[in-house]
Design a protein around this ligand. Sequence first.
Ligand SMILES: [Zn+2]
Length: 957
Amino acid sequence: MDWNTIEHKWIRRWEEQKLFQADPDGREKYFVTVAYPYPNSPQHIGHGRTYTLADAHARYMRMKGFNVLFPMGFHYTGTPILGMSRRVAAGDTELMDTFHKIYKLSDEVISTFVEPVKIASYFHNEIKMGMREMGYSIDWRREFTTIDRMYSKFISWQFRTLQKKGFIVQGSHPVGWCPRDQNPVSQHDTMGDVEPDFNEYTVIKFRSGDNILPAATLRPETLFGVTNMWVKPDAEYVQVRVDGENWIVSKEAARKLEFLNHKVEVIKTIKGKEVVGQFATNPINNSLVPVYPASFVEADSGTGIVMSVPAHAPYDYQALEDLKNDKKSQSEFGISVIASPIIIIESEGFAGVPAGEAIEKVGATGQNDTKLEKATSDLYSHEYYKGKMMNNTGRFAGMPVTNAKNEVKQEILISGVATTMYELVTKPVKCRCGAECVVKLLTDQWFLDYGNKEWKGLAHECATKMNIVPQDIRQEFDYVIDWLRERACARKSGLGTKLPWDQEWIIESLSDSVIYMAYYIISKYVNGKAISDDNITDEFFDYVLLGLGSAEQVAKNCKVSYPTVEQIRKEFSYFYPVDSRHSGRDLVPNHLTFFIFNHVAIFNIENWPQQIVVNGSVLMEGKKMSKSLGNIIPLRAAIKEHGADTIRLAMLVSAEILQDADFSFDTVKSIRSKLLGLFELADKCSKSQSTEWQLEDRWLASRLQRAIVGSAGSMERLRVREVIHNILYSLDQDLQWYLKRVDSKGRGNVTGTLAEFLEVQVRLLAPFAPFTAEEVWERMGNTQSVTITGWPKVREDRIDLVAEESEFLISNLLADLQNIVKVTKITPAKITIYTSAAWKAQIYKKIISITLEGKTNFGEIMKQLIADPATAKAKTDPKIVQKMMEDILSAPLEARNRRLQLLEFDEAVAIHDAASLLSAEINKAEIVVFTEEDPEKTDPKSKAISARPFKPAVYME
Ligand SMILES: [Zn+2]
């Protein structure tokens, strides 16, 4: 099968038919968007999942009859492309390796990359071709880049609107920072896409002679329990003037303090061991504490000087224990008495020294044991939530730690014996330019004030009203909305739009990508040359996006024709709000939440987004994809080799939405053979004639209706793994069973039934494997695209409980017979099957109704049966009643409900119908059927009395 040829044929056909171009019409609309790509690399298998899911969703809604808009743009904004072009210019060997070996770029192409925009446009084109080849049903008339002039006008309007509403503030705030680029950094700018998150530490000034030994801590309330200080003896420290005071800190800390706007002047470098042995004064109670040596101290963490609280900090406790046993250090530094822990917090669950007990729990040995990490965080959160300050903490005695933490901090900050510093939570964070990021306190920077309470309130309101798929992720949004603070929204360099009121700044990439879904309406008119950006002012956007002002004025002032202005406004009102926004899970804490914030700030409530869909990432054969593992496969190469549909299905079938999908080539192979099966079936039933309608035809038709209902139900929650599994695997099993039945009966022409089956299966599959669906659809003799034909409608008249129960009964019976043969090792020549007596059916149904009410106590069930004259016969054979109850409880719920609904069901009819199959499967034995009540039956071993409804008795000879 030449998949690529088929793919190109349909890509061309769809474009000729303008199948995915969406303009307002009389139908209900559905607007699907997915995060536009950042074109600094070709897309690989890992990128494909989010886009493929969004496309399958768009195609599904289209087939359901909605007028679906699914557009795509390209995000050029920011510094990563600049950084990359600089690395190209510098001949960075790692980057060149990636270009040559993974992306397979020629030197000629690479040489153009010294110009940043060339990088963007090259990969833009590459990604676009990949998207077409994947069969994404995109309305390409609306394509744009974020450095287009009209887009910049749109973003300027967004920012002026936010500023007017008071959501943009200027001030000093800490930000993640690249010292080389002199620019704030966020997730998009870092290697490995790490958000540079930071903690605020309290720095407590311990006085030691003329110097200050500043200790950074996250637990200022433990200051009362300090017994000593820690310094790393062989690390380099510096004596520095900090804002007029003499501090001793690690060399790394001095640099960090500069970024936090302290005036720092290095006087001299010293070794840590020079400080060991000195004494320092605890500012909260003036106690004198010694400075000890410790190897766990990290020079680049905090100030490099640690206050030791051995009662509540496992590292401190362990280092003291280590020091007790380290006679060499004791004599080297003249330490004669080792301090003992001072307990200052009580909490349930701890009787002795809490840190000591926490260490015992994790089983750590020695201060460099990584298990101390867990002991520390466990004890920290336990004491934070459950701890109370003890009597030795002055005015804080009796206070819960939750409060004391802030109160102590406020007190020491106000009295000037402490200050604050910021520190990255995880280190190191590398900028894409290669430099290590720091925290910088930026002054005069522009911030989006996500800390604004009123704004948060609106964002919560929107998130609450919105549908979030999957539901489990909803609380993550609430958490992020609460947690977000001011966020730097502009940079000094990079591609993008200048801040309208301060031209030194460029709006950064996570701020100019939050309401652009609205711009897809406008871009169609820009690309179609119906409007030009020359005279466009805010008035234009106010009118078409918010309905403010008048079309006449806008037409006049912006030099756009009046009908065009009206048409754009109408089109926006038609397609907005966004019905479904798709993105990867890693964008929940930034992009997706900013998307909510900015929509509620700018748009009227009726245009707030309706749904967010979040999916997990993709693993390659169980492993994370990474350049170092060499398992990154560019999407276009994969399409060429395996075909787009197999890749689409392999991405979607391996996991439900939030889990990581595991892409594997075994799955690719298995899917390909399933798809080939569809082509074979299509050839079989291309000349279909109506089939003589028998039990198995009725059954297959009924199963198809169930598949339509089930798939639509799963698609409501975008459980695509389930849907694809049903369509490709469960339906295929049904087909195999059907063919077996047909074969055993020796039926000739069943192409009518097969055609009906394939017709439904192909339409169900179309959103996920569009190329195969179209091609098979055409081979079946259809001339209209399967997209237009639409999602199959359920035919209620084809749902056939009798047929469903019959085949279920037969397949269970067959399994029972095979089992008997296996266990008894009989090779039967004749099998006699006894169906149960009518009175048992009465009892059976009654038991189902009782158990469906949730009652499963045998005694109670017996009582109810005996009380009813219709089922009173139960008392004659409690054993069989017990067995029936067991049968019922082990049957699928679906089967129980069906059996209750079936008024009359003659098992003998079904068994007779399948006698040829049973015989064919079991030794070509003769099949004989009796009912238990038949006086003429042969029953040499008295098997008949053990027959139960849907569980006939069997005698083999
Ligand atoms: Zn950088």
